[in-house]
Design a protein around this ligand. Sequence first.
Ligand code: NI
Length: 187
Amino acid sequence: MAVEIEIPDDIIRRWEERTDPVVKYPAPVLRQVARPVDHPSPFIRDLVERMKAAMVEASGVGLAAPQMGAPVRLFIYRLPEDNQPWRVILNPRIISAKGEQVGPEGCLSLPYLQGDVKRANEVIVKGLDIMGRPFKRRASEFEARVIQHELDHLDGVLFIDRADPATVHWLSDEEEPDEMLEAVAAR
Ligand code: NI
């Protein structure tokens, strides 16, 4: 179910201070079902490069193409630990999901909002890499949460739709964490 929230004036002002190009709620593109990628065309490869730059600028962990205004099925992520590679998944599908975890999530399209979301603890995701080669990846815990959050974006689903309403709250200036946005990071 698509949950709607009201954005307080002081939060809108803080959003306006952000320099990153990530599309903010309630832009309609965030509620669209994205279309599959045919092949990694120059447009797609350029989009991925722009997504990486936007994610770094916004201090995010992951980013889905609709958040750049492009309703196509791809997302990227890079875990916050040192020396983690960029991961790019075109046409992702979760083919197996196991267990359960509950933890805080945020989103670069809803900066400074946070809430607890229940997710599968372990997933196997299938898709294409940036060269168009099929691959499969098993992920658990934080990485599994990021994958589920980003995949939701491709179906027009936001974390507020899944979050426990009692836990959803705006972060104050002081609480604002560096890499909390766009799914997560329990700290
Ligand atoms: Ni998000």
